[in-house]
Design a binder for this molecule. Structure first.
Ligand code: NAD
Length: 383
């Protein structure tokens, strides 16, 4: 059936996520496999155009991958009719303006989260993309991780009975740049550049919780800045003006409560930096990024405790691991394959920009809850 190519502007691709996941493990991996097989037998070959600010870094990255096209001129890339898709994995600040420019240029748009910095901005790009008739989507990678796929299938079997509550625990220690360099760029800690833990992570919490358990209808949230001064990439001190910790509770339709803790100022002791636990009448289930475990009612032990002596209850031994049913494709590549099919053959795509706007709706509600120290409703959202 032959091969056809599709050119993709990849904005911000020299960053941490762009280089490793979206370019290396997704777009280039699809190329290495000879393109993406479409329903009619055609192979769709993605042709990345690397876009950024630093010519040296772009040229080096392009060379690493065998001589890809690259540019530092966004306007020229958008004006070129050969480029079909605009993908944004640049620093969060300014994403709304970049997306609007791409839509005005008639490009299909695929965006990293958060898609904007407020729900109003996110709805504006959603409506603009619909009006322009371009295809659009937001990255929702976490639900394609093996651990989350396993937990989803456990819930779908009904083995938990009636779901009672859930807990989502996320956190790791981000060095402040003194003892070791920070693992996250300094823009993550600056409001004007799109920083903040809630803005960064709560888009994930919205789609993960809704995918597993159902719609979020209310939130209560408190945020804090625990490490107020940090060093940037050049070792210069700067003041942090965003939160690096957020503790919230989500109320789902039907009343289930989800306790959500998120921190860049905590140290990991459990299995992973992101874990979810769901308790139900007939059983409980947990997942980390790659693994999931269950404990049915019929094998639920009675923990023993003694104030005078340590009792080793061996709690972990009373959980059964959900087996691997892989192979599991890279979670970002899964999104790329679906989006490319959406553009090339009108296949359905599960997370259009409205899903990105829902992430911003939750974020806005969390910040408002913190400011006003109260619960905030999260009504159904339409474009
Ligand atoms: N889906 C996920 O799980 C996930 C994970 C990490 C990051 N992200 C998102 O991807 C985007 C990039 O994150 P990252 O961790 O790769 O960031 P990064 O700091 O490593 O890379 C940012 C990129 O944007 C460019 N850039 C443009 N304007 C900039 C500015 N004013 N300041 C700093 N860099 C600027 C940089 O040159 C670089 O190429 C963010 O929007 C982030 O929310 C998503």
């Amino acid at each position: 059936m032959g091969t056809r190519s599709i050119r993709i502007i990849m904005d911000g691709v020299t960053g941490r996520l762009g280089t490793n996941q979206h370019l290396g493990r997704s777009v280039m991996a699809i190329r290495r496999d000879g393109g993406l097989a479409l329903a009619d037998g055609t192979r769709l070959m993605p042709e990345p155009v690397l876009l950024g600010r630093n010519a040296e870094k772009l040229a080096a990255l392009a060379a690493t991958h065998g001589g890809l096209a690259w540019s530092t001129d966004r306007d020229a890339c958008l004006a070129d009719p050969a480029n079909a898709i605009y993908f944004d994995v640049s620093a969060t600040g300014g994403r709304h303006q970049r997306a609007m420019a791409a839509i005005r240029a008639g490009k299909h748009v695929y965006l990293e989260k958060p898609v904007a910095s407020s729900v109003e901005e996110a709805l504006e790009i959603t409506r603009a993309a619909d009006a322009a008739g371009v295809k659009h989507g937001v990255v929702q990678d976490k639900i394609h991780l093996p651990g989350f796929m396993k937990l989803k299938s456990v819930i779908e079997t009904g083995m938990l009975g009636r779901v009672l509550s859930a807990r989502l625990d996320f956190g790791w220690w981000i060095f402040d740049g003194v003892l070791h360099p920070a693992q996250r760029s300094s823009w993550n800690y600056k409001r004007a550049e799109g920083g903040g833990l809630v803005l960064d992570m709560f888009p994930h919490w919205r789609y993960i919780v809704e995918h597993l358990l159902g719609p979020i209808r209310g939130v209560s949230c408190r945020i804090a800045t625990r490490v107020p001064e940090r060093r940037d990439e050049k070792g210069r001190p700067y003041a942090v003006d965003v939160e690096d910790e957020a503790f919230g509770t989500f109320e789902l339709e039907g009343g289930v409560l989800v306790q959500v803790s998120s921190s860049w100022a905590t140290r990991v002791k459990g299995e992973d930096m992101l874990t979810v636990k769901v308790d139900g009448t007939m059983g409980s289930a947990t997942c980390s990024l790659h693994r999931a475990h269950v404990q049915p009612l019929a094998t639920t032990p009675k923990p023993r405790w003694d104030v005078d002596a340590l009792v080793d209850n061996r709690h972990a031994e009373h959980w059964q691991e959900v087996p691997d049913m892989g192979p599991y494709a890279n979670s970002y590549r899964r999104g790329w394959e679906m989006f490319l099919r959406h553009v090339a053959e009108d296949a359905p795509f599960p997370s259009p920009l409205l899903a990105g706007a829902k992430g911003l709706q939750l974020i806005d509600a969390c910040y408002r809850s913190d400011r006003e120290r109260r619960w905030i409703d999260v009504p159904p959202l339409t474009a």
